[in-house]
Design a protein. Structure first.
Length: 172
């Protein structure tokens, strides 16, 4: 069916780290790029290589915070073996008046890079950029799962990309 006007347009969003809201503080929050890691495979009898999927590249998220907040800045030093929880929520609408939607992105990981802008006295806004490495992430739209990624599986709309792996490796 033809859709004349755009749908799922993000109108506003919020973000929290370990349950602490960044409303009014965060200026940007990005869902990580999800990219398959591939290897060229050319075995006996093949006249050309194929790209075999060997998992995914590391999940890297980014955010910008306008505040010079010691609580957020100190998250850079999270203990090894511990993780922070990053939660982004958005409000989206359909331009045809057809609906309102909620998107929720949840991730667990830690901050790997911190970039504090130089201080200037010119009234310019100052931002601190953060880069995070995620070991887990999940995106839901209207309470329905879109994807969920763990170190052991990728689940798309509730379907595992590796349904027999956990049993085969005896990790269930």
């Amino acid at each position: 069916m033809f859709q004349a006007l755009p749908k799922y347009l993000i109108r506003n969003w919020s973000f929290s780290i370990d349950g602490i809201s960044q409303i009014g503080q965060a200026s940007e929050f990005g869902i990580p790029e999800i990219k398959f890691k591939t290897e060229d495979i050319r075995n006996a009898g093949m006249i050309m290589p194929i790209k075999a999927r060997m998992g995914i590249e590391p999940l890297v998220g980014k955010m910008k915070i306008m505040a010079f907040d010691p609580g957020t800045l100190s998250l850079f030093g999270v203990q090894i073996g511990k993780a922070n929880t990053f939660l982004g929520a958005c409000y989206a609408v359909d331009e045809d008046g057809g609906g309102e939607h909620q998107g929720v992105f949840t991730a667990k990981g830690y901050i790997t890079q911190l970039k504090v802008e130089s201080w200037q006295a010119d009234g310019k806004k100052h931002e601190t950029e953060y880069e995070m490495n995620y070991s887990y992430c999940k995106l839901e739209i209207d309470s329905k799962p879109v994807f969920e990624i763990t170190p052991y599986d990728i689940i798309i709309r509730g379907n595992s990309m590796y349904p027999g792996q956990a049993t085969a490796l005896m990790i269930t």
